[in-house]
Design a protein around this ligand. Structure first.
Ligand code: BEZ
Ligand code: FE
Length: 287
C-alpha cells in the first residue's frame, strides 16, 4: 500500500490519468492539478469554503442558457479572458480584447461610407482608418466586422422583445484598395455586464461595479493573416481605468474630435458626422 498524504496526493492524481507523453492535454491537465492542489494547501481550505466554491460554480451552470454563458462572464470579471487575449496578441499587431456575448457572425455587409446607426439618437461619428500588416502594407479586401451598443448603452439584440432587430448596429465593411475603411455610426454609452446572477453576487461581495467603458467591438480578418478580435474605447470617458472585464488597453483608446463646418471629407459619406476618430488595425501573418 503506497503512502498517500496531502503532499504525495498530487502526484498520485496526476499519474492516475494515462495521457499521451508530451501532449498538450497532459501538460494542461497536470499543470491545472498542480495549481489547484497548491491553492488548496496554501489556503488551508475548509469544507465550507470548498462547498461554497462548488455551489457557486453550480449556480453559474444553473443560470446559463444558450444566450447567457455565466462561466464566460466569470472568466471576464476575473481577468482570465483578458489574460488569454493578452497572451495571444502577436507582436506588432493590434492588441486583442473581449469578444463579449453579443457577436453574430452573419451581420449584414454595408458599403464603405454607409451610416450604421439606422437613424438612432445620438451624436454621429465618423470611424475611419486603415487595415495593414505588421510591415505596414495595406490590406485591401480586409473585412472589418463591427458591433456596438446604442447611445443608451443597449445592444439591439438585447431588446428584441421590444421590437428591435438583432442585426441593427452591426455590419461588415470591406476595406478599399488602400486598405481603408470608413463609416458613420452613433457613439455608444457605457453599460453594465449582467449582474443579476452568481457573478453579480461575486462583484457585490468584492465591492465592485459592473460597468464597462463605452466601446465598439471589432473582428478584423484578411486572407493569410491572423484575425484579431478587439475593442476601441474613447479618451476621457468613464470606466477606462476600472472596466468590469479589464478590456481597456492604452493602445485601444481613440481620440474623438469634433467636426468643423469647414471640414471636407475624402470619403463618400451617407451622413455628415458631428465628430470623428481614426483607428488603424494591424494584423500579423497567420501561423
Ligand atoms: C461586451 O462587451 O459586450 C460584454 C463583455 C463581457 C460581458 C458582457 C458584455
Ligand atoms: Fe460590448
Amino acid at each position: 500500500m503506497r503512502e498517500i498524504n496531502q503532499y504525495t496526493l498530487t502526484e498520485a492524481v496526476k499519474s492516475s490519468f494515462r495521457t499521451e507523453e508530451g501532449s498538450r492535454f497532459k501538460f494542461l491537465l497536470e499543470n491545472f492539478i498542480d495549481h489547484l492542489h497548491d491553492f488548496t494547501r496554501e489556503a488551508n481550505l475548509t469544507h465550507e469554503e470548498w462547498m461554497g466554491i462548488l455551489n457557486f460554480l453550480y449556480d453559474c451552470g444553473k443560470i446559463s442558457t444558450p444566450e447567457r454563458h455565466e462561466f464566460i462572464l466569470l472568466s471576464d470579471v476575473l481577468g482570465f479572458s483578458a489574460l488569454v487575449d493578452m497572451i495571444n496578441t502577436r507582436g506588432g499587431a493590434t492588441e486583442g480584447s473581449n469578444l463579449g456575448p453579443f457577436y453574430l457572425d452573419d451581420a449584414p455587409q454595408m458599403r464603405l461610407g454607409a451610416d450604421m446607426s439606422g437613424g438612432r439618437e445620438g451624436a454621429t461619428v465618423l470611424v475611419h482608418g486603415q487595415v495593414r500588416d505588421t510591415l505596414g502594407n495595406p490590406l485591401p479586401g480586409a473585412i472589418v466586422d463591427t458591433w456596438q451598443a446604442d447611445s443608451a448603452g443597449t445592444y439591439p439584440i438585447q431588446e428584441q422583445e421590444r421590437g428591435q432587430d438583432k442585426y441593427d448596429l452591426r455590419a461588415k465593411f470591406v476595406a478599399d484598395e488602400k486598405g481603408r475603411y470608413f463609416y458613420t455610426t452613433v457613439l455608444p454609452k457605457p453599460y453594465t455586464v449582467p449582474y443579476d446572477g452568481p457573478v453579480g453576487r461575486l462583484l457585490r461581495a468584492g465591492n465592485r461595479h459592473a460597468w464597462r467603458a463605452a466601446h465598439l467591438h471589432y473582428i478584423v480578418r484578411a486572407a493569410g493573416m491572423r484575425a484579431i478580435t478587439t475593442e476601441v474605447f474613447f479618451e476621457n470617458t468613464e470606466y477606462l481605468d476600472n472596466d468590469a472585464v479589464f478590456g481597456v488597453r492604452k493602445s485601444l483608446i481613440a481620440k474623438i474630435e469634433p467636426v468643423r463646418k469647414s471640414d471636407v471629407f475624402e470619403y463618400d459619406l451617407e451622413k455628415r458626422p458631428d465628430a470623428k476618430f481614426a483607428f488603424d488595425f494591424v494584423l500579423a501573418p497567420e501561423g
